[in-house]
Design a protein around this ligand. Structure first.
Ligand code: 6PG
Length: 262
């Protein structure tokens, strides 16, 4: 495997920022720019966000100027990539975290915020969410919704969304969303499926922290093909892998070091 240099990083869509704060700012800028472009072109911005801890810093930036006033909230439809079947007031709820981090402070019309329903039966939640998506996405690409932007994270096991290694959700190719069980916490979840994730006009991974350095190296410098995050291959072009220095720190090679500023 050749040692990474600027062109190696660029070819793989890897964008490295100095620290978690700069990473969050870069992600928030992508949200803002993509929203403005999408609304200018189509009068509509459909975005899906992930849960977990990494996106939270970025989400908080969306509720502060300058981005707060630059984002066309009135034309924005916000969805979740996945959700744990936990009530919003419980730690672990992706919607609950987003509501606290930015939704309570931005002027997005309530009817354009689309949390995944939390129900006893995750099958019911998945069916209801797919219905909600179909009510918004009248036009689809080959039968699947085409988001303008989808933010994804990566777990230390290489999962993304709630698509976990070796779990059935990974093989789902017909449904837009599907119920799964897994993750930390190991609870019932609902997740978007690969056909939806891979039809986004732009996918951006947000990866932060030293504990992710190992999986980043595995994703980019081994031939391990079965990892869920590896199967994100958008039809419209490559994902952008936004990461901080710590997450990129095991990407070997002199330039990676220089780019990382070590
Ligand atoms: C979830 C997320 C999940 C997350 C990764 C990374 O609901 O758990 O959608 O896919 O993105 O687990 O999580 P951290 O950002 O907390 O490391």
């Amino acid at each position: 495997m050749t040692a990474p240099d600027e062109s190696w990083l660029k070819k793989r869509g890897i964008v490295i920022r100095a620290n978690a704060e700069d990473l969050a700012a870069a992600g928030a800028d992508m949200f803002c720019q993509t929203a403005r472009q999408s609304v200018e072109r189509r009068g509509f911005f459909a975005v899906a966000v992930s849960g977990g801890t990494t996106p939270r810093r970025m989400h908080r930036l969306l509720s502060r100027n300058p981005r707060l006033s630059e984002i066309p909230w009135r034309c924005t439809h916000l969805f979740w990539v996945d959700e744990r079947m936990l009530p919003p007031d419980q730690p672990g709820s992706n919607f609950g975290a987003a509501r606290r981090d930015f939704l309570d402070r931005v002027p997005i019309p309530p009817g354009q915020v689309h949390p995944i329903p939390v129900t006893e039966d995750p099958e019911e939640a998945a069916a209801r969410y797919e219905e909600d998506l179909k009510n918004v996405f009248h036009r689809t690409k080959e039968g699947f919704p085409e988001f303008d932007l989808i933010f994804l994270g990566v777990g230390k096991d290489g999962h993304t969304a709630s698509l976990f290694p070796g779990r059935p959700g990974m093989e789902e190719t017909g449904r837009w969303v599907t119920p799964v069980k897994g993750g930390d916490p190991e609870v019932n979840r609902v997740t978007m499926t690969y056909p939806v994730l891979n039809r986004a006009r732009q996918v951006v991974f947000l990866i932060s922290g030293k504990e992710k350095a190992g999986i980043v190296k595995t994703l980019f410098q081994t031939k391990e093909a079965r990892l869920p995050a590896r199967r994100i291959r958008p039809l419209n072009g490559k994902p952008i892998w936004l990461m901080d220095r710590e997450a990129a720190s095991q990407l070997t090679g002199a330039v990676a070091g220089r780019v990382l500023g070590n």
